[in-house]
Design a protein around this ligand. Structure first.
Ligand code: NAD
Ligand code: TYD
Length: 344
């Protein structure tokens, strides 16, 4: 493993992973392949380009475009593909599912075909705990559990997962998969709940909490997730799926209170708004399998949220640009009615 193609490397987790890998492995070269959708942002990689320019290349392209994928594979003699590229926001998948199916399902197929054609050492698929669907109290998902995806986002990710496993079975494609829980940390697009709440709170804007706010997520620090992918790339078994999270769930209202406490802002900023349709109430992962590879989450929820809040306070140059563009249209469309009819 020397030449890695990092698809979606200009997004939140992909850019953190790129920085992490270049810092850790001084003999690795990374090629970022990214379409630069609304969520892709070269600002996320600015420091990386400056620091590791000789071991880093950026190519703009679409994973659902076979010719573009072929060209990058050939030009850079890639031996490993790590696929982060995806449409990722559940609410947008309810508004416009089309791009989700094209990128998360068809794009995965295009990359798997390229993996076969060029005989890569490893194809790693970055997946999500959302493919298991809503998890009842008392259970934590095992890698062998059936998939019960319920949103267009999670259904398209589940489709990608199944394709990867089918390529392993049918063609011996050397795939590994991780199913990660919710990430938080630097460079997360402020449509996801934590950066949305932090940046709104900084500006004394309301925090739109869906329904009763008692839904549960396993919020993990993005660098723990990156380390987990690294461990699976180097020590994971081909053809296997690994859950990747802290194993600890937090209610959204508890997460929101933590953000407001850290920023010294009043709880009166919280607004209970109309719920997301089909909202999965709880995700929960059993992470014994990846722990057996020697990986442990390094950040508790309190540490992860504190570091995250600090980063958004210190890096307003990064998110203020985003929040002043097309983002405003999206925000109005999704939250306008919700906030107008909200209760505190
Ligand atoms: P993100 O939305 O921040 O970034 C996605 C990146 O993919 C962007 O840079 C975008 O430009 C790029 N992209 C989108 N469509 C593309 C296409 N057709 N071709 C090439 N590039 C394309 O997403 P993220 O939060 O960094 O998530 C990365 C991966 O991790 C996704 O596969 C997601 O499903 C998975 N994941 C995310 C989380 C989370 O909490 N964010 C948790 C578990 C798994
Ligand atoms: P989100 O960041 O969209 O991730 P997920 O893919 O897990 O849905 O949302 C995380 C949780 O926060 C989820 O339970 C929905 C909730 N949420 C809100 O309460 N308000 C919001 O404005 C958003 C975006 C999410």
């Amino acid at each position: 493993m020397r030449k890695l193609l990092i698809t979606g490397g200009a997004g939140f987790i992909g850019s953190n992973f790129t920085r992490y890998m270049l810092e850790k492995y001084s003999d690795y070269q990374l090629v970022i392949f990214d379409k630069l959708t609304y969520a892709g942002n070269l600002d996320n990689l600015k420091d990386v380009e400056a620091q590791y320019g000789d071991r880093y290349a950026f190519v703009r392209g679409d994973i659902a475009d076979p010719a573009a994928v072929d060209a990058v594979m050939q030009a850079h003699e890639v031996d490993t593909i790590v696929n982060f590229a995806a449409e990722t926001h559940v609410d947008r998948s309810l508004m416009e599912p089309d791009a989700f199916i094209r990128t998360d399902v068809y794009g995965t197929y295009v990359l798997l075909e390229a993996a076969n054609k060029y005989g890569v050492e490893r194809y790693h698929q970055v997946s999500t705990d959302e493919v298991y669907g809503e998890i009842p109290a008392g259970h934590s998902s095992l890698e062998t559990d059936p998939l019960h995806a319920r949103s267009p986002y999670s259904a398209s990710k589940a489709g990608g997962d199944l394709l990867c496993l089918a390529y392993y079975t049918s063609f011996d494609t050397p795939v590994t998969l991780t199913r990660g829980s919710n990430n938080i940390g630097p460079y997360q697009y402020p449509e996801k709940v934590v950066p949305l709440f932090v940046t709104n709170a900084i500006d004394d804007e309301p925090l739109p909490l869906y329904g009763d706010g008692r839904q549960m997520r396993d919020y993990q620090y993005v660098l723990d997730h990156c380390e987990g992918i690294d461990v699976v790339l180097h020590r994971g078994k081909v053809g296997e799926v690994y859950n990747l999270g802290t194993g600890v769930e937090t209610e959204n209202i508890v997460m929101a209170h933590a953000i407001l406490d850290l920023l010294d802002k009043p709880y009166s900023l919280l607004r209970h708004v109309t719920d997301r349709p089909g909202h999965d109430r709880r995700y929960s992962l059993n992470v014994d399998k990846i722990r057996a590879l020697g990986w442990e989450s390094r950040h508790s929820f309190d540490e992860a949220i504190a570091q995250t809040v600090r980063w958004y306070v210190d890096n307003q140059w990064w998110w203020r640009k985003i929040k002043s563009g097309d983002y405003k249209e999206y925000y109005k469309k999704w939250y306008g009615q919700r906030l107008a009819g909200a209760g505190s």
